[in-house]
Design a protein around this ligand. Structure first.
Ligand code: GRF
Length: 188
């Protein structure tokens, strides 16, 4: 049974979707969900599904406590699903090739610091982009710059608002992210 650990900072719809996907099969389990926000809804969603969930602060992340926990959990894949802090270099080195992130745009467009959540969709609408989408990529020591694993796009129409685009993007995420994770785990 492969072992997945999820990092998330917010609502956790992707985390829930991933937990449910693998609970339905025999390939892998989400061992734990970790969040940097003590009141993040993702922690409740995980616990409601019987998955361990834990909050950590910046000190725990930057002074090695999270690294010790990950060594104990020994994940085959670390999945960032709406995690807003940069992963310390110690972790990107220790888990090279095992940390992936999902970004709600077609990188390299609309990537980098500050480009998250609605900021991304507002920029795409303001720039009247004809399409937007999702990017799943490996995580290295720079924001949103790791090798791209998968992208999927959706048209952006005149009628779209940042909110309607966000809904389209979330649908793409929920459809593709668990399958991309499954494919990566099967290739290990
Ligand atoms: C997603 O849009 C993802 O692309 C981005 O953060 C958001 C997380 O959404 N990195 P949720 O918390 O999984 O609903």
């Amino acid at each position: 049974m492969k072992r997945i650990v999820i990092f998330a900072s917010g609502s956790g719809s992707n985390a829930e979707n991933i937990i449910r996907h693998f609970q339905a099969g025999q390939l892998a389990r989400v061992e734990m969900v970790l969040s940097n926000k003590p009141d993040a809804r993702v922690l409740v969603r995980a616990r409601d599904l019987g998955t361990s969930a834990m909050y950590f602060n910046r000190t725990a992340l930057n002074e090695g406590k999270v690294a010790l926990l990950l060594e104990a959990l020994n994940p085959d894949l670390i999945v960032l699903a709406g995690f807003l802090w940069k992963i310390p270099e110690e972790l990107t080195r220790k888990f090279k090739g095992k940390i992936i992130n999902i970004h709600p745009a077609l990188l390299p467009e609309y990537g980098g610091k500050g480009m998250y959540g609605m900021h991304v969709h507002q920029a795409a609408i303001k720039d009247r982009k004809e399409k937007s989408g999702i990017t799943i990529h490996y995580v290295n020591e720079h924001y949103d710059e790791g090798a791209i694993i998968f992208q999927a796009s959706t048209p952006v129409t005149e009628a779209d608002t940042p909110e309607t685009l966000a809904t389209k993007i979330h649908e793409l995420e929920h459809r593709h992210f668990p399958i991309v994770i499954e494919t990566l785990l099967n290739e290990q």
